[in-house]
Write a protein that binds this ligand. Sequence first.
Ligand code: 5AD
Ligand code: SF4
Length: 508
Amino acid sequence: MKGPAKLFVKSFGCQMNVYDSQRMADTLAPQGYAETAAAEDADLIILNTCHIREKAAEKVYSELGRMRRLKEAAAADGRRVLIAVAGCVAQAEGEEIVRRAPAVDVVVGSQNYHRLPDLIARAKSGGHAVDTDFPLDDKFERLAAPSRAKTRARGVTAFVTVQEGCDKFCTFCVVPFTRGVETSRPVEKIVAEAEQLAGAGVREITLIGQNVNAYHGAGANGSARSLAQLLERVAQVRGIERLRYATSHPLDMDDALIAAHRDLPALMPQLHLPVQSGSDRILAAMNRRHTRADYLDLISRLRESRPDMALTSDFIVGFPGETESDFAATLRLAEEAGFAGAFSFKYSPRPGTRGAEMADQMDETEKSERLYRLQEAIERSQAAFNRGCVGRTLDVLFERPGRYPEQIVGRSPYLQPVQIEAPASMIGEIAPVTITEVASNSLFGALEPCSVSSPCNGEVGEPTGPARSGRPDDRHSEPGGGQTPPRTAVGGSTLPFQGRDKTASVGA
Ligand code: 5AD
Ligand code: SF4
C-alpha cells in the first residue's frame, strides 16, 4: 500500500461520540492511520453510532448500505476496505449487526475503543471481530492522546469526557444499558488532559458526561470530588479561559454547583438542564424523580446565583399515556421558563426500557402535532432571547473563519454563534462584541474598539480578552442584574439547540 492507510470516522449523536471518535483516531494514528474526510478514499471506515431513538439507530443501517457499496467498489480495484461499527448501536446490538450487515468487519462497544488496533488486526486476518464487553480496564488509560498538531487543528474549544454511564434509569432511556453504570474519571487525569489541550491553544473546555453533574471522581488524596470541585480545579489550568459542562440532571444540581456559577469566573452563564415534561404525572412515569415545581424552583435558584444564566432544555412529547392536559402543562412550562433554546423529541420506544412496555403508546400523528406546537413555543422563546442581546456587548471567543472572506465566527458566553467582520488572526482570542443584529440561529455584531475589561490600544486585532478577573460579562449585565433574556443556543461543535428533532445533547 502506498502512503499511510486512510481512516474515515463518522460520528452520529451526542458530544460523547464526537469525543470518542477523536480518541479512536488518536489511538489509530500510531498504527499508521491518517484521517480523511472522504469515505471513498478510506481503508478503514468507522461509524460511531447512536441508539437513543429508533430513527438514529436506523440511520446507521442506511449508512452501512452506502459503505458496503464503497467497499465493493474498492474490492473491484483490488483494495481491501474494513468497516467498523462503534458506539451505542454496537453496544446494544453486537453480533446482530454483522448478521444484518455482513460487510461489517468489526463491532466495538463504547468501552472497548482501546482494543481497536487488536480488533482490526483480527478482522484483517479473516472473519469478524466483535467486542462489546464492559471490561475492568479503564479505556481512558489506554487510549492515545492526540498530537499537539492534531489538537491545534481541532480548534480552540474542546470536549473532555469526565463521566460516563448513568444510574438514573429514566423509563424512556437506553443510556444505562448502552453506556453502563455511572463512572467518573479521577480529577488529576482530567486536569492533565486539560493542561495538554491548553498547551496546544485550547481556550474553552466543555466537561461532558451522560449525567455530568453526578460526577464523583477521585481527587489527589483519593477522596471523591464533586463537579463543582472539579470545575474549580480545571479553572486553575493556565490558558483555559472558559468552562462549560453538559449534560446535567436536575436532581444532581447541588448548592455548590449553583454557587459555582456565581463564584467561578471561567464558568460560563449557560446550562443545559433537560426537563423532559412539564406534567408531574408524566415526570413520575418517566422516573425523573422531581416535580415541575422542583424544576422551576431550581431554575429560579440558578438565576438568583447568576442572573444572566442562559438555560436550555430537552423535552419528550408523546410519552405513553400523555394526555392533552399533560401536554398543555409541558407547553406552559416551555413558555414560562424563559428558555434560551431546547431540543424536543417525539417519544421513541427503546428496546429493554420500561417505557417500551407501557400501555397507552401514542399515535405518531398526535406526537408529531404536539412536537410542532412545542417547537413553536421554543422558537418564540429563543427568538426573544436573541432579540434581548441586541445592543449588548458580549465577550466572544473566536473559533473559526466564517463563510465569507474577512468574516470570523465565535461564541458568546451563552454559546450563541456570533459572526463579525475581523481578520482570521483573531481566532483563539476573546474580545467584546456589540451585537447589532440577530438571525434565527446567529448573532451579528462589531468589535468594541475599547472596553473596560479588555484594555486595548484601539487597534482592532490586539489581543484582548476578559482575563480572569471577573465574571466575563459583569459589565454587560442589565440594570439591576435583571432577568436574563432567554438565549438561543445554536448549532455547531458544542451544544446545538435548534429546537428541532435533532440529536445533540448527551443524556441526563
Ligand atoms: N425517545 C425520545 N427522546 C429521547 N431522549 C432520550 N431517550 C429518548 C427516547 N426514547 C431524549 C431526551 C434526552 C435527550 C438526549 O434525548 O430528551 O434528554
Ligand atoms: Fe440517565 Fe439522562 Fe438517560 Fe435519564 S435521560 S437515564 S438521566 S442519561
